[in-house]
Design a protein around this ligand. Structure first.
Ligand code: ASP
Length: 325
């Protein structure tokens, strides 16, 4: 009898432990997950985030809600996530600006150490485009026009540290001109003003420009990838257009605030992997000129990439005489 009682209670303890284990494993997520995009709605980062949020939902078993927090080249949204409760219910989708802003701002409000990396997501080229009635019809005409009328041309961007700022600055400095820049909280609203002909030029990801280039509602001059993009085969690369070494790829990554529990990070990483394997997401992104990075959709790859990118950009800005503000 005694033996039976002991056995029974041991089984009960094991059962409770198992139940407890199951309950813990299923405790995350407890509610919808907020995916912060540090730019306005309707832009390229937002487009990637909204598609990815949908593709991650089945694995998480909860909705992923995209929250747009634009401003200051993305640093407002990124630092908001750095300060958010680290419980896995707030995550960040950001691009190359995560690295560049760390040298362009004296106090960006975060550092790489403020985050737990989840993984790399995708890489996307940029395009140089203009309002549909802009006088230049190809890259050579664009270069001539800008050189002759530098103070007549306005260039939109998403603030210092944004990809559009980076690409626009590289372009202007390659031409040796200073252009009037107009900052927005994201290139979604910048594109609206370009379509409305209130601003002249924009350098933006193909995830935002492809549909407008194809529809002919903007003029496109070149793409910043080393090879032409399959979805925009008529668009020359910057290198082909005489801009040697002009190459910008906008990598995107996903992070959670420092201190997020491992259980949540593991689940988020599985959801990211599953999202990248989702056919609808793959098709949508391929149509917009993006290259998915499934082999690097893990914390180690993102951490290593950021550790390489932050000093590389710091060095490049230093050489170019760009000072942090
Ligand atoms: N991709 C844009 C940039 O960094 C911002 C955005 O996604 O709206 O310039």
């Amino acid at each position: 009898m005694k033996n039976f009682t002991l056995k029974l209670s041991a089984a009960m303890v094991m059962g409770a432990a198992l139940l407890g284990g199951t309950a813990a494993a299923q405790s995350y997520p407890e509610r919808p997950v907020n995916m912060v995009v540090p730019f306005s709605a309707g832009g390229p980062t937002d487009t990637v985030a909204r598609s990815l949020a949908e593709a991650m939902r089945p694995t998480l078993g909860e909705t992923v809600v995209v929250e747009n927090k634009g401003g200051a080249g993305g640093t407002i949204g990124v630092s908001h996530v750095a300060r958010s409760k680290p419980d896995g219910h707030t995550i960040l989708l950001m691009h190359i600006g995560f690295s560049t802003a760390q040298s362009l701002y004296k106090n960006p409000g975060y550092s790489s150490d403020s985050f737990e990396p989840i993984g790399l997501v995708l890489d996307v080229p940029m395009t140089i485009i203009a309002r549909s009635d802009f006088p230049a019809n190809n890259i050579n005409e664009l270069v001539d026009y800008i050189k002759q009328n530098p103070d007549k041309v306005s260039l939109a961007n998403a603030g210092i540290g944004a990809a559009s700022h980076l690409c626009g600055t590289m372009f202007a400095s390659a031409l040796g001109v200073d252009l009037l820049t107009i900052p927005y909280k994201g290139t979604g609203p910048a594109m609206n003003d370009l379509l409305g002909k209130q601003v002249d030029l924009l350098c933006d990801q193909t995830t935002n420009t492809t549909q407008h280039i194809k529809a002919g509602t903007v003029k496109a001059y070149a793409v910043t990838s080393p090879q032409r993009v399959a979805t925009l085969p008529d668009l020359p690369t910057m290198q082909e257009s005489g801009f040697e070494g002009f190459e910008v790829g906008i990598w995107h990554g996903m992070w959670a605030p420092k201190g997020t529990p491992k259980e949540a990070l593991d689940k988020l990483q599985s959801a990211l992997k599953a999202g990248l394997a989702d056919k609808a997401f793959q098709d949508r992104m391929a149509g917009l000129g993006a290259t998915l990075l499934p082999e690097r959709a893990n914390p180690e790859a993102l951490a290593a990439h950021v550790d390489q990118q932050v000093p590389q950009w710091a060095e490049l800005f230093k050489k170019a005489g760009v000072e942090a503000q």
